[in-house]
Design a protein around this ligand. Structure first.
Ligand code: PLZ
Length: 444
């Protein structure tokens, strides 16, 4: 395979004629409910680019939603997964085990926060990991209630829809949802009524009061939170919020679950985002970046909690598939060898000042936030009222796409433009991407 040129190249309309032909076939054959941000059909991807059937090469600020942190064709991932493919594709770990699964669990024990004894169980998707974290917490505590947060996102299965905050498009018409899920406030600094400096302690006090009064701490199995809220708008809970909730969980025998499916594995410049405030979760859910693009997810945590589920109580046909495990070992090797935590911090150091300078020029930018290579701008119609401007987000994304930059939106109000480049992206492409964003803002 020839190396993929690390350049932006726009040679047709985007999407081009071949993509449009494929899109017509897709519309006839694929269910409408499965959307696509940008319907260009991909032939190759790697480093910081995605190449399409029309010969366009797009700069990638999406990483397949925070998945291909090591790139979409990382050498160690391809090498290890290919070797595993040739040896065997599947046995089912529940039937006859293999070393790769154990090696991934060992790596997770080493890399996740805390030096207590840890164990893991492997699954296929993020939602499946979150569901299993709840099962394990319920088995351990003998309690049922689960606490989730405003703006939280945890998946599209029935229990994780219940945990997810936003109705459209995730939940609408798909109920009834799983019971015993309770939602409480989160410290959204930019939108906190008394200002970002008060958001941490005030939101924590409100959340804790609601849990205590409305649910009863002694009924709560788990508190499930994203240390940086992803789909909800790249919200970093204001400082003090996570430690207060973590302490409350510890005081009341509640299992504290950090959902690091989007924020984990070097994305924020640390192995896990909860390290930023020194949080040691009881359980941590991971997926996405863990395996360089192959489907793999995990629940990792305190050995005594993980072992609370009875023998045979956890599993699934494909969980911890050997090819996905081999890919994960390749991805982790790449993260270590290239020091992708440092790369993520460098990406932040390049992006944040440039976006801050754009915010000086363009009033539509209400907030610039995020850490590492998980950066976003929140767009508003009015800086004083902070009225969300989802139309600006959609228009900016469309302008970027036309110019050959793949960006994603997010946010409860659909007004956040988020940037999740592969951590291996070249600096020239990173700056070129930022130039395109600036031009798009100027053209609004
Ligand atoms: N927890 C924190 O970010 C997946 C969803 C995209 P799955 N986020 C991308 C979409 O529209 O479906 C996610 C997440 C957090 C859980 C999940 C769920 O992970 O692998 O998509 O099931």
């Amino acid at each position: 395979m020839t190396a993929l040129p690390q350049e932006r190249r726009v040679v047709t309309a985007i999407p081009g004629p071949k993509s449009q032909e494929l899109q017509a076939r897709r519309t006839a054959a694929v269910a409408r409910g499965v959307g696509s941000t940008l319907p260009v059909f991909v032939t190759r991807a790697g480093g910081g680019v995605v190449e399409d059937v029309d010969g366009n090469s797009l700069i990638d600020f999406g990483s397949g939603i925070a998945v291909t942190s090591v790139g979409a064709s990382a050498e160690a991932v391809v090498r290890r997964a290919s070797a595993q493919l040739a040896d065997f594709t599947h046995t089912c770990f529940m039937v006859t085990p293999y070393e790769g699964y154990v090696a991934v669990a060992e790596a997770l024990a080493e890399l996740t926060p805390g030096d207590h004894a840890k164990k893991s169980a492997l699954f296929n998707s993020g939602a499946e990991a979150v569901e299993n974290a709840v099962k394990i917490a319920r088995a351990y505590t003998g309690r049922q209630a689960v606490i989730a947060f405003d703006h939280g996102y945890h998946g599209r299965t029935n229990l994780t829809m219940a945990l997810t905050a936003k109705n459209m498009p995730y939940k609408h018409g798909f109920g009834p949802f799983a019971p015993e899920v309770y939602r409480v406030p989160v410290a959204y600094g930019y939108r906190w009524p008394t200002g970002p400096e008060n958001a941490g302690p005030e939101a924590a006090a409100q959340a804790i009061d609601q849990i205590t009064k409305q649910v009863g701490a002694e009924n709560v199995a788990a508190i499930v939170i994203e240390p940086v809220l992803g789909e909800g708008g790249f919200i970093e809970p204001a400082r003090g919020f996570l430690p207060a909730l973590r302490q409350y969980a510890a005081d009341h025998g509640i299992v504290f679950v950090a959902d690091e499916i989007q924020s984990g594995f070097c994305r924020t410049g640390q192995w896990f985002a909860c390290e930023d405030e020194g949080i040691v979760p009881d359980l941590i859910t991971t997926a996405k970046g863990i395996a360089g693009g192959l489907p793999l997810a995990a629940v990792t945590g305190r050995a005594e909690i993980m072992d609370a589920a009875h023998a045979g109580g956890l599993g699934g046909t494909y969980g911890g598939n050997p090819v996905a495990c081999a890919a994960a070992l390749g991805a982790i090797e790449t993260m270590r060898e290239l020091d992708l935590n440092a790369r993520a911090r460098h990406i932040e150091a390049v992006m944040k000042p440039r976006l801050a300078a754009m915010a000086e020029k363009f009033d539509v930018i209400g907030d610039v936030r995020g850490r590492g290579a998980m950066i976003a701008i929140e767009l508003v119609a009015d800086r004083d009222t902070k009225e969300p401007d989802p139309r600006a987000a959609a228009a900016l994304a469309a302008a970027c796409h036309r110019a050959g930059l793949l960006v994603l939106t997010c946010g409860t109000y659909g007004n956040v433009l988020r940037f999740l480049p592969p951590l291996v992206i070249g600096e020239d492409l990173l700056n070129e991407g930022l130039d395109i964003i600036e031009q798009a803002l100027a053209g609004l």
